[in-house]
Design a protein around this ligand. Sequence first.
Ligand code: NAD
Ligand code: DAU
Length: 349
Amino acid sequence: MKILITGGAGFIGSHVIRLFALKYPDYQIYNLDALTYAGNLENLKDLEHLNNYTFIKGDITDENYINQIFDKYRFDAIIHLAAESHVDRSITDPLAFAKTNILGTMILLNAFKNLWKDNWNGKLFYHVSTDEVYGTLGTQGLFKESTPYDPNSPYSASKASSDHFVRAYGETYNLPYVISNCSNNYGPNQFPEKLIPLFINNIIKNKPLPVYGDGNYTRDWLYVKDHAIAIDMVFHKGKNTETYNIGGFNEWKNLDLVKLLCDVMDEKLGKEVGQSQQLITFIKDRPGHDLRYAIDASKINNDLGWSPSVTFEQGLLKTVDWYLENSEWLQNITSGNYQSYYDKMYLHD
Ligand code: NAD
Ligand code: DAU
């Protein structure tokens, strides 16, 4: 089987590529990635020697190029992760999100349809999506697969739109598909614009920790390797046209999470516990900030037997250890363009 994984040089994609390339030596794994600021081949250095893994540099919005590589490789299945993924960037540059997340997904769907429309047997388009498509919860309740879509940010609206197009291709052209909608991931290789790696980096550098609003926003955190395991299960055992919600059963208010992270970092860095909490700085809120996300993952749990393998405390320790042991990775990624992004986002408030 030839599997195209898009966005494989990014955070979650790199963990999915590693799991598939090592676990399934008989599959040919193709990683298509444009290597935007978020894509980093360093994340996959340990796999370069494998002969069932191929990297293809390319942009999913480049229709001619995508058609060419589909003709050349004739992929049997796609696991589509490539996206613009950061909510704050979607607020400053929404069109980039429409282009990659909506148009890019459509170009992939179209190329896949043109290749296999006369015989869909054994083919699959797996679309990796987010719980943010459901909008925001109040203090009660959980997102179920049947929760109506109600996205609030340009990022979540673009992901919701891409989910709709995948379903529309299923209905209209019989394209076989599965979709999963996952909660907040954390773990090794996450770009330090997202809450946990950004704050780890700032604690190491003794810089302020910019908490949006009052910090009373809630997210449901999942260790990235558990997301990759869930993707493996949905890919192999998920039912055609079904959606699976994936979550950590692990809700944290931002402020509580940040305080825990500060204390874990203090212990690791040999500082007095409580010291890093003094770096917490409340700043202007994110526009359209969703109050709470929490996933009801009972369907994937009951139907496919998936549940998270690590607790949050274990996952957070592994994550902190990884960032401390990979200071060169962090150093490389936070130089150059990252610094001007950081200054623009946080120093001109
Ligand atoms: P990421 O930003 O770390 O990685 C995205 C990857 O896509 C990068 O390697 C980038 O180079 C590539 N890419 C971007 N635009 C491209 C284009 N036009 N053509 C080809 N490649 C392109 O993202 P992530 O956090 O790993 O998220 C991966 C997927 O999972 C996304 O679809 C995201 O919506 C979804 N998701 C993420 C989370 C999370 O917490 N991070 C949770 C649920 C779902
Ligand atoms: O829920 C899944 C989504 O989780 C994914 O689809 C997105 O790709 C991913 O980026 C993530 O979105 P969030 O907006 O929830 O993640 P982020 O790490 O940006 O923010 C987490 C929470 O922390 C959110 O309430 C905003 C807050 N925050 C974030 C940053 C970067 C701060 O208070 N300060 C910050 O500097």
